[in-house]
Design a protein around this ligand. Sequence first.
Ligand SMILES: NC(=O)c1ccc[n+]([C@@H]2O[C@H](COP(=O)([O-])OP(=O)(O)OC[C@H]3O[C@@H](n4cnc5c(N)ncnc54)[C@H](O)[C@@H]3O)[C@@H](O)[C@H]2O)c1
Length: 300
Amino acid sequence: MNKTSEFDIAGSAVSDMRVAITGAAGSLAADIIPALLEACVELVCVDRTKPAKDLGLEWHICSINDRDALKAAFVGCDAVVHLAGIPLEDEWERILENNIDGTQAVLDTALHAGINKVVLASSIHATGFVGIPADEAVPADVRVRPNTFYGVSKAALEALGSYYHDRYAMNVICLRIASRFSEPQNVRMLSTWLSPEDAGRLFIAALGPQATGFRTIWGVSRNARGYLSAEAGEAIGFHALDDAEVFAEQISEEAESNPLAAESQWDRKYLGGVFSSDEPPLQPYSIDNQEPHQTEGSNK
Ligand SMILES: NC(=O)c1ccc[n+]([C@@H]2O[C@H](COP(=O)([O-])OP(=O)(O)OC[C@H]3O[C@@H](n4cnc5c(N)ncnc54)[C@H](O)[C@@H]3O)[C@@H](O)[C@H]2O)c1
């Protein structure tokens, strides 16, 4: 397959890879699956549910905590993209089961299937209590300072990835995704937005040959107001193209009448925004222009 793709920025490096993608029925997966297919990646989908639209892909309906089912899904795969999990704050028991035990099951099953590349969906909330610096970019390996149980689960996901790398030489790329949305929803996202197209570029780069070892990478677009360093992403071949600034006028007009679009004091203080406030929301804000799934992106 010689097809060139706007997403396949690392050349044909990911073409013909067979990749298992967990959480394949989710909203982030809906953004990146077209990019992966365009880059000629063969996908094996894993989720406990199926999306409304049949994508015509190999599908394994199971929990990621079902290791036998995961083992069957991972046969012949070159890499795993692990997205499945609870994408926002929840009760500890559910977070523990789905996000922490589930991630360990994915990494361990990948190891025993002989897979040596796993891309993990981490989150900016693993570092939610990191302060926003006045005039420098936050490096992608800034230490974890989670702001919620959800953030703790992403810190644990990164720690598990680090463990499987150090002990078993697995290549584990943790993507600290900021605000993945079709369009920025509020003033904060003018800094933290990750466009759907850049999300595709990010995951392709993470699967590519430059992404080796254990790394944490910011999942963020090239936003003029951004404060998350692009350096680690550039090093693996992730060159974001989109800039939230094109929505700046629209967002500031919206912010005049809609407090959810305005910038809060927490947005100015911490990477985790309102999730780092005294009362982190359990449920996403209600925003008119919602994604098909409500995710942490809703109030990022
Ligand atoms: N969307 C964002 O802005 C964003 C930001 C940072 C991190 N992330 C991370 O990216 C990943 C995907 O997020 P999303 O927005 O697509 O969420 P989503 O809720 O739309 O998708 C998650 C998918 O995982 C599946 N799932 C959950 N637990 C499972 C389990 N135990 N077994 C099998 N399937 C299970 C769900 O059925 C769902 O289809 C999550 O890990 C999330 O934490 C997302």
